[in-house]
Design a binder for this molecule. Structure first.
Ligand SMILES: [Zn+2]
Length: 295
């Protein structure tokens, strides 16, 4: 693996989306008692990523901050939305050439979908091993592997090669949820412990194959030419994140009561079903492929 050196700084991020309160509240609480997330072998920095959006309890002010980290956008000084400015500030502080560059990012999110505890990572071997290790302590954890290069390049964790996004749900936007808040804190502590053990050279390679859900196509709602919805998530699909969806099974229900079937040719495992923030992105859910990978 090409992570030869010690990880010196970890960035723990909440409030990338201002109405996802679990991460936003926990990071602000940690700013009062940062020792909780410190380890001897590295420094943990804390970031409330989109403070203006948190203050008004909205996902963002002008645009989604978690799509503002494309290298070309960070260099483009003509972009001047609040989030474009914010992403440049974050990059100049924590990016590779920044004042306090970080080697690993943990970005805390929540979702309105029934995702339980989810870790989203890319294919970097370190990130996959981290996910496998964390799953041992949290057996219900699901691991999603982002195959979308564009997401990986534009999201906040793109600040550095190592890291992950934590997603917990279902929790409505703009609300807290005590059990999921607690699980987020426990999951994060496990990740920090892993980094500490890595730095001490105490990591044993995982022996079992890892089950992952690999991102595939995004499916949009049926819409008319003006973009208005023609149908809703079908009741039989609602809340069925990570459950197998078979060809021919209903996925949408029209307002007249007609079912619309999944027309794919293979079993898929949908995630982010009916995520509130994705209506404007044209995404009703993502298809994923369930895979076993040997690390
Ligand atoms: Zn989010």
């Amino acid at each position: 693996m090409d992570v030869a050196r010690t990880i010196g700084r970890v960035l723990l991020v909440g409030g990338t989306h201002g109405n996802e309160l679990i991460g936003a509240y926990w990071v602000q609480q940690l700013m009062q008692q940062p020792a909780v997330v410190q380890r001897d072998s590295f420094e943990t920095l804390l970031l409330l990523a989109n403070p203006k959006a948190v203050a008004v309890n909205r996902r963002y002010i002008d645009q989604d901050l978690n799509r503002c980290f494309a290298p070309a956008d960070l260099q483009n000084l003509e972009l001047c939305s609040y989030e474009a400015l914010r992403s440049r500030d974050i990059y100049h502080q924590y990016g590779a050439e920044g004042k306090t560059p970080v080697e690993l990012v943990i970005d805390l999110h929540s979702t309105t979908a029934n995702m339980g505890l989810t870790l989203i990572v890319d294919q970097h071997p370190f990130n996959l091993q981290l996910a496998a290790h964390v799953q041992r302590s949290h057996p219900t954890l699901k691991i999603c592997v982002s195959g979308q290069a564009s997401y990986r390049r534009t999201s906040l964790p793109a600040l550095c090669a190592l890291g992950c996004t934590v997603e917990v749900g279902p929790v409505p936007q703009g609300t807290l949820h005590a059990e999921l808040f607690y699980q987020t804190t426990q999951l994060t502590q496990t990740i920090l412990d892993y980094v500490d053990q890595w730095n001490r050279g105490k990591i044993a390679p995982p022996d079992l194959p890892l089950t992952v859900y690999r991102y595939g196509t995004a499916i949009d709602y049926p819409r008319d030419a003006e973009g208005h919805l023609h149908a809703m998530i079908h009741p039989k699909l609602q809340g069925q994140d990570y459950q197998p969806l078979h060809p021919g099974a209903p996925i949408f229900l029209t307002f007249e009561g007609g079912a619309i079937a999944y027309e794919g040719s293979a079993i898929t495992y949908p995630i982010f079903i009916n995520e509130a923030a994705y209506y404007e992105k044209g995404i009703a859910f993502y298809l994923t492929e369930k895979q076993q990978i040997q690390l």
